[in-house]
Design a protein around this ligand. Structure first.
Ligand SMILES: [Zn+2]
Length: 232
């Protein structure tokens, strides 16, 4: 640790302390046995979710997941770079490798979302935030999806961004297939890849139908029943 950090006392955020207390009296009390069991036997999630860092799109919340159920990788724009065994420190590839090869997950879900700041940054070619421009370089991964979607043309910005967000998710599935140890179980039928899309403003979840290539809302009847009176 740097000397500066050793000298400086920084208060742990009160919001997190309050949240942890709520967890103690709520979730932990109900799921203590589950936590103990998972500590003894280890985790064995069946599903890997690749999501965005966006604070509004938490996979555990959206899928109402309990501890041990989802193995989650989050990064700006919910992306997976193509297979590149170059010895570099590749966080997404390492997590993917662990999920597929060690945990032997049965499903990989790439979860895109509306109003993605990463996608928007790519479209607007914003000024780099830092000399390293980490976001700019990272978001270059969606260039192939942008080429597929084509120029914006007559589309509204919202329409265009939605199409790009969804095309990027599909392109990420293609990138996943460049990993030999993903392709092989997919071809053998022991691993399935899925594309999903969460509407932040509406709370609607859509899943891509592989037959048609279109995203279709899931649990649509439940959604309609719940929100017969629009709340959004
Ligand atoms: Zn995002």
């Amino acid at each position: 640790m740097t000397d500066f950090l050793k000298r400086r006392t920084m208060a742990f955020p009160q919001q997190l302390l309050d949240g942890y207390r709520a967890f103690l009296i709520g979730r932990l009390r109900h799921e203590q046995d589950r936590y103990r069991g998972l500590a003894e036997i280890g985790q064995s999630p069946q599903i890997l979710v690749i999501g965005c860092c966006d604070s509004r799109v938490s996979p555990e919340v959206i899928f109402d997941a309990r501890p041990g159920e989802l193995f989650v990788v989050r990064n700006i724009g919910n992306l997976v770079p193509p297979y590149t065994p170059d010895g570099a420190q590749r966080a997404v590839s390492a997590a993917l490798e662990f999920a597929v090869q060690a945990l032997k997950v049965k499903h990989i879900v790439v979860l895109g979302h509306a109003q993605c700041g990463g996608i928007r940054a790519f479209v607007e070619e914003g000024t780099p935030l830092s000399p390293g421009d980490f976001i700019g370089h990272w978001m270059e991964l969606i260039a192939p999806a942008a080429a597929e979607v084509g120029p914006r043309g007559d589309r509204s910005l919202d329409q265009y961004l939605t199409q790009l967000e969804q095309a990027s998710v599909v392109r990420t599935l293609d990138n996943l297939m460049t990993f030999p140890w993903v392709r092989s179980p997919v071809e053998q039928g022991t691993l399935s890849l899925h594309a999903a899309y969460f509407g932040v403003a509406t709370g609607q979840l859509s899943v891509r139908d592989p037959a048609t290539g279109t995203f279709r809302q899931v649990a649509a009847e439940d959604y309609t029943r719940m929100f017969a009176q629009p709340r959004f």
